[in-house]
Design a protein. Structure first.
Length: 743
């Protein structure tokens, strides 16, 4: 028989896979948990109970899923957007009261904007979001493979507009290589395009179309000392110019790109007309050979009229026919769009211009086109800026950057190289300092990838290798809350909320599960700055069954209790609300939880659970403050304890835990025991004899010695749970274990 007193001093490895249960010699084994629900393992080591979720409101229609998208103008002006069937509505917080709610244009009138996105447009079949976004200041750029890009603009604090994104200059598909010709009816204004064969479809309306002179030599070249008639045209430096005067040419060859200039002191005044090409926006479809268009960039005269058809024309890469970009991001002062296996970067510092050249010249700041080649045809799933532009496809991950470091990224200095071939799911990755976290194609693994300067390439590791069970039904969404605990929040396909404490500086990686009170299913998550400015705030849409009816509620994760907070402010209920005011025994305004059994904190002390009836609850004593919501118990169970034995391991041997020291911080209650079927759990007694009986017991910080409520067994689990609406932080566990020598 041997006795031991080990210490579990650190819990930040999170919940471990059952497949790790035999690796007692693994350095992270004692820091892991076999069960971790509604506790957050912190970088410092303790398990901190997550706070509850505060009810904000019901979505516009609970009949269908919605998607949350953050819009952060600044840390003091942030919005949460609810995209639903053909609408987007806005949530924000009042700068003075810090109360979160629906943004209103006037009292009782929610701010809403009409969108083209139906419920079916919001999600892919596997539950991943289909709508993508990238923000720059007041502008939120939106992409969807079925719809032309949109721009959501904040015009005032309470008003927004949604408009179609208007690209210029491209991008273009390859030039036509057939004998089919097209001509225009005029150089400018509203024109008719006529083709010699069927090339147009109704789906081309709303897209650009490119036309180039068929024969650049059709216009004579400019020469010195030539007599020029008024309105004569000449070609110079690849551009077309028109004479505004009748005179003899001078010695200065025209090269300007706007307005008019003399070619000598007494020469001809030449007005710039076109660079030999131009483009239009198709506005109406007449037939497969005739469309109406608006000229955006003046067409060359050599494509105007039935006698000057050109074979040098090109479709836009984006249309209802070709498909629209499915992804968007910013990288190196360019706006990037992605579709299928292609990515396009705008002209540098101009987020609307995709011109491949400027007046016939290709310069470093022109638009960039990248084709991802790996031998497989796999669509882009996400794009994210890092040292390179990192792009995930269904078949692999790519890095897009400079070909040579001595020159800036540009159309002639770019390359794409494959980083890995794991394949990605359609979930934008999380960037944390120098690393990216992305979800593999199956949805079952999260991979951490980072640039390694030593190998001049990217390395990747499985971030779920110690907890492969945690993503069992597949991850569908992720959001990152960097403050205070650097947590990646994730949604599983079955509606379970997951957390991943991720701090590379301290080598901390720990998964944890967060069942939402009332058997709620989380359908969408997003993060924005909290109103108080002291943390990142997780928002979520939770699907619930309330009084037999399906409801979808917008809720956000409250702040956990901190030293110095009023004890009455503890918020450890889900879908909860608060009361503060005159002493009352009836609290109303709880219709969103009709028929539910709710947990209540009254004046800082737990109150017996009650049922909401007609939107009200009855209390056993008057309350001046109360927190009311669905119970959300938190549970921790250690791995099987390894305390050693005289002849080696204690695993598989009969053992008994006699006493345990629980080191706690700001804890208001809890139960301890093995936390397994058939195991007894005893209530933690934290009230001291000196505490006033008519006041809530102060939160406990320190060591609590308890007699363990379990006899001899083979496992020796240490468990702790709390189901009352109060704070709890488990800092360390120090058991006294006796192990039998024989099995």
């Amino acid at each position: 028989m041997s006795k031991a007193s080990p210490i579990l001093e650190n819990f930040n490895t999170g919940e471990l896979s059952p497949l790790i249960a035999g690796r007692v010699g693994f350095e992270k084994y004692p820091n892991g948990a076999s069960l971790l629900e509604n506790f957050i393992p912190t970088t410092q080591g303790p398990n901190v109970r997550r706070a509850g979720t505060r009810f904000v409101g019901e979505v516009k229609s609970s009949a269908a899923k919605v998607l949350l998208v953050p819009f952060e103008f600044s840390v003091t002006q942030a919005y949460m957007l609810e995209f639903g069937n053909l609408y987007v509505r806005f949530y924000t917080w009042d700068a003075v009261t810090k109360v979160r709610g629906i943004l209103e244009s006037s009292p009782g009138v929610p701010v809403e904007v009409v969108t083209p996105y139906t419920t079916a447009d919001l999600y892919n079949a596997d539950g991943t979001p289909r709508l993508r976004f990238a923000q720059s200041g007041d502008f939120l750029y939106l992409t969807h493979s079925r719809h032309k890009q949109r721009v959501l603009q904040r015009t005032t604090v309470t008003s927004f507009t949604l408009t179609e994104y208007a690209a210029k200059g491209g991008p273009w598909k390859s030039l036509n290589d057939t004998a089919i010709t097209v001509y225009a009816s005029a150089e400018t204004g509203s024109v008719t395009l006529t083709a010699s064969a069927p090339i147009f479809q109704a789906g081309h309306v709303g897209s650009l179309f490119y036309l180039e002179s068929r024969d650049v030599n059709a216009i004579p070249a400019w020469e010195v000392g030539k007599v020029i008639a008024l309105a004569a045209r000449r070609r110079s430096d690849g551009k077309t110019y028109e004479a505004l005067s009748a005179a003899t040419t001078g010695t200065n060859r025209p090269v300007h790109t706007e307005g008019a200039l003399l070619d000598g002191d007494a020469g001809v005044s030449w007005e710039f007309r076109d660079p030999g090409y131009g483009y239009v926006l198709i506005t109406a479809f007449t037939s497969s050979t005739v469309v109406t268009a608006t000229v955006i960039d003046r067409l060359p005269s050599q494509v105007v009229g039935v006698g000057l058809p050109t074979t040098r024309w090109a479709y836009s890469e984006w249309s209802d026919v070709e498909g629209w970009p499915s992804d968007v991001t910013f990288y190196r002062e360019r706006l990037w769009f992605g579709k299928r296996q292609m990515a396009w970067g705008s002209v540098s510092a101009d987020f609307t211009d995709f011109s491949p050249r400027s007046f016939g010249q290709v310069t470093a700041d022109m638009a960039i086109t990248v084709t991802l080649s790996s031998g497989k045809i796999n669509d882009i799933q996400w794009m994210v800026p890092d040292r390179d532009l990192v792009i995930g496809t269904a078949g692999g991950e790519f890095a897009v950057g400079e070909l040579t470091n001595g020159e800036p990224l540009g159309p002639t200095n770019r390359r794409s190289r494959i980083m890995s071939q794991f394949g990605s799911r359609a979930i934008p990755p999380i960037k944390n300092v120098e690393a990216l976290l992305f979800i593999q194609r199956s949805g079952l693994k999260a991979r951490e990838t980072y640039y390694d300067f030593g190998s001049d390439g990217y390395k990747s590791s499985d971030a779920t290798v110690l907890a492969e069970h945690i993503t069992r039904t597949g991850v569908t969404q992720m959001a990152f809350a960097p403050d205070p605990d650097q947590i990646v929040w994730a949604v599983r396909a079955d509606g379970l909320l997951l957390g991943f404490t991720w701090n590379n500086e301290q080598a901390v990686r720990g998964w944890h599960r967060h069942p939402i009170g009332g058997a709620g299913e989380v359908e969408s998550i997003a993060v924005m700055p909290a109103a108080e400015g002291d943390r990142s705030e997780l928002w979520m849409v939770v699907k619930r069954t309330i009084d037999g009816v399906t409801k979808r509620y917008v809720e956000y994760l409250e702040r956990a209790y901190r030293t110095g907070d009023a004890q009455t402010s503890q918020f450890y209920v889900d879908s909860g609300l608060s009361y503060s005011g005159a002493a009352v025994t009836t609290i109303s305004g709880l219709g969103h939880l009709e028929g539910a059994t709710v947990s209540v904190l009254v004046n800082g002390a737990p109150h017996p659970n009650v049922v909401v009836t007609a939107g009200e609850i009855e209390l056993q004593l008057p309350a001046t403050t109360a927190q009311i919501g669905l119970p959300c118990p938190a549970r921790y169970r250690s791995m099987r304890l390894e305390a050693g034995a005289r002849d080696g391991t204690s695993q598989g041997k009969t053992k008994r835990i006699s006493k345990v020291v629980l080191r706690l911080d700001n804890t208001g209650g809890g139960k301890y025991g093995p936390l397994q079927d058939g195991g007894q759990m005893d209530t933690l007694q934290l009230r001291r004899a000196s505490d006033a009986m008519d006041q809530p017991a102060p939160l406990f910080t320190g060591d609590k010695v308890v007699s363990w409520p379990n006899g001899y067994d083979l496992d020796a689990y240490l468990g702790f749970e709390i189901d009352q609406p109060v704070a709890a932080t488990l800092v360390a566990l120090m058991p006294q274990v006796t192990t039998q020598d024989a099995r």
